[in-house]
Design a protein around this ligand. Structure first.
Ligand SMILES: Cc1cc2nc3c(=O)[nH]c(=O)nc-3n(C[C@H](O)[C@H](O)[C@H](O)COP(=O)(O)O)c2cc1C
Length: 213
């Protein structure tokens, strides 16, 4: 698979995990790819917690259900009906989970390039996540990002020290197949925005052809 092929094949996976084993060398290649991401000041502020323990995953899954209900309670009418049909995680079905964290102290106190933009460290973690996601896709595996959780709950569940933030719970593993159309598009939750509406020339302006942005 070439790079563009992997980029366009990548999907957020919820329902297609098979639970089959991930060979150690494959997992090692995927984590090595994540660890090769660019980072502000070369601070590499990420860590990866590999969660295989079924009890930990069940506890996290129960918490996700509560947060799902919290979000569902904010919806009504057609949106509530649509959301009820959407699966938002594969925590129990995937082979393992990878929790990616951010340590703002790493490489400090003088992180080159972060003095004006504190979030640059967080951006770096997201690039590691994207590398992981693309590498997993190239290996024929699926990844699902779960963000229906409260950070203090997850920090407590995994014993993450104070000051270090969990950024993502990623479900990882073999899949029956990857959908060609994102789940939220298939379920009519959100229509993709065309590239032309996102590209601006020289200065920001709302596109006349896409006034809703
Ligand atoms: C920061 C972030 C958080 C996300 N959280 C969730 C989530 O909690 N549950 C879920 O089902 N998908 C989640 N997603 C996946 C998005 O819904 C998905 O990327 C988007 O609908 C586009 O689909 P695709 O990734 O298959 O192209 C998340 C994605 C990102 C980048």
């Amino acid at each position: 698979m070439d790079l563009y092929d992997v980029i366009h094949r990548r999907r957020d996976v919820r329902a297609e995990f098979t639970g089959e084993r991930v060979p150690d060398d494959v997992l090692d290649r995927i984590l090595t790819a994540a660890h090769a991401a660019p980072s502000v000041g070369n601070s590499q502020p990420w860590d990866f917690v590999l969660v295989r323990d079924p009890q930990t995953r069940r506890r996290f899954h129960a918490h996700v259900q509560v947060e799902r209900d919290t979000f569902a309670a904010t919806l009504d009418g057609a949106a509530a009906e649509r959301f009820a049909r959407i699966k938002i995680d594969g925590v129990l079905e995937s082979t393992l989970s990878v929790v990616v964290t951010y340590d703002p102290q790493r490489g400090g106190p003088a992180v080159l390039g972060r003095h004006a933009i504190a979030d640059a460290g967080l951006y770096s973690v997201c690039l590691a996540i994207q590398n992981l996601w693309l590498a997993a896709t190239a290996e024929g595996l699926g990844v699902g990002w779960v963000s229906f959780y409260r950070e203090p709950f997850l920090a407590d569940l995994l014993g993450i020290p104070p000051g270090i933030r969990p950024v993502a719970w990623l479900c990882l593993g073999p899949v029956s197949h990857l959908q060609t159309v994102p789940d939220l598009v298939r379920h009519g939750w959100r229509t993709p925005r065309p590239l032309a509406a996102a590209v601006h020339a020289d200065r920001w302006r709302a596109d006349e052809n896409h006034p809703m942005g």
